[in-house]
Design a protein around this ligand. Sequence first.
Ligand SMILES: [Zn+2]
Length: 345
Amino acid sequence: MKAAFIKKHGNLDQLLIGDLDTPKIKPNEVLVQTKYGALNHIDVFLIKGWPGLKLNMPHVLGSDGSGVIKEIGSAVTTLSEGERVAINPGLSCGKCKFCLSGNQNFCKSFSIMGEHRWGTYCEYFKVPEENALKLPSKISYELAAAAPLTYLTAWRLLTTQANLKQGEYVLIHGAGGGVSTAAIQIAKTLGAKVITTTSDQDKMKKALELGADHVFNYITNPDYGKTIFSDITKKQGVDVIIDSVGKITISNSLRLLKPGGRLVIPGATTGAIAEIDIRQIFWKQIKIFGSTMSNQKEFREVMKLVFEGKLKPTVDKKFQLEEIFEAETYLKEGKQFGKVLLEIY
Ligand SMILES: [Zn+2]
C-alpha cells in the first residue's frame, strides 16, 4: 500500500512516500481503507523523537482518520465490511482496572494512534473494534477525520475537568490550533463567554466568526490581561483558563483567574519548565487540572454533538498524501486555523 512514513527521527525532511505491506488484522481489529487523515502536532514531535521513544521503523504517522471497513477480524461483532467509520485515536488495553472502570486514558498502555502503532497516513490502517465509530450517512469523511482528536480533548478538558458552566468566563489561549478552535465552539455550546488570544489579525476575525466573544492579539497588545481583568470581568477575574502555551503564559494565567478559578493544562507548546508564584495558587484557592485525550464515553459524547451538527469542525486546508511534507510544514509554521487534512483515497 502507498504510505507516508519515517525511517529515522529528525526534521520534516525525514518524511518519505513509498510502498509498505498492508497491515494484518488481529481477531479483535478491523482494517479500514483510508479516505482522509488529519494532521496533529504530535506528528512533529514523533518525527523529531524524544528520549525513551522506541519506534519500529519504518513508522507510519497519523492519529486521525476516516474510511471504509474493508475487512473485519473473526471476533468482531458490531461492525461489518463496507461501513463508513471515524476512529477514536486513544488506544488502551481494555482489560485493566482503569479500562474496566471507563478511565481508558489512565491505562498503563494508553497510546495514541500513529504513536506506537502505525497511523492513518496510508491506504489501509487497522484499529481495535471499539475504536471504530460508525458514521451517519450525512457526515462527510472530511468531518469524520477532522473532529476526533481535538474535539475529544477539548470536550474532556472543558466538561469533565473544568466543569465549565453557563455564563462563566473562559479564556482559551492560541485560537487557531485544533484543540483551541474545538474548545471555542464547545464552550459556546455550553453557554460560556469566550475570550481567546492569537498572534494573527486574520485568525482574530476567524475566532470571532467561530463564536468567541473577545479576541486579543498578544503580539500587538501584550497587556491584554489588564483589559480582560478590568474591562471584561470588571475586576473579578476569569472562571476557567485553558493554557496549552505553557512557559510564556502560565504566570499571567494564574494572575487572571478569579478566587476559586480553574486552570486546565493540556500542553506546554512554548516550554514545560516555568517559574510561577505559588502564592497565587493557595491565596486564590485555584484548582489546577491536567488533561490529555479522553475516555471512550467522552469520545462518543462529543462525536454525537458533531453528528447532530451542533459542533462543526473547521477544515482549513486539504493536501494529497504525496504532499505530506508541505502539509506538515504548514502546520509546524502555525499557518492553519482549524484542521489540516490529507486526502488519501
Ligand atoms: Zn487498560
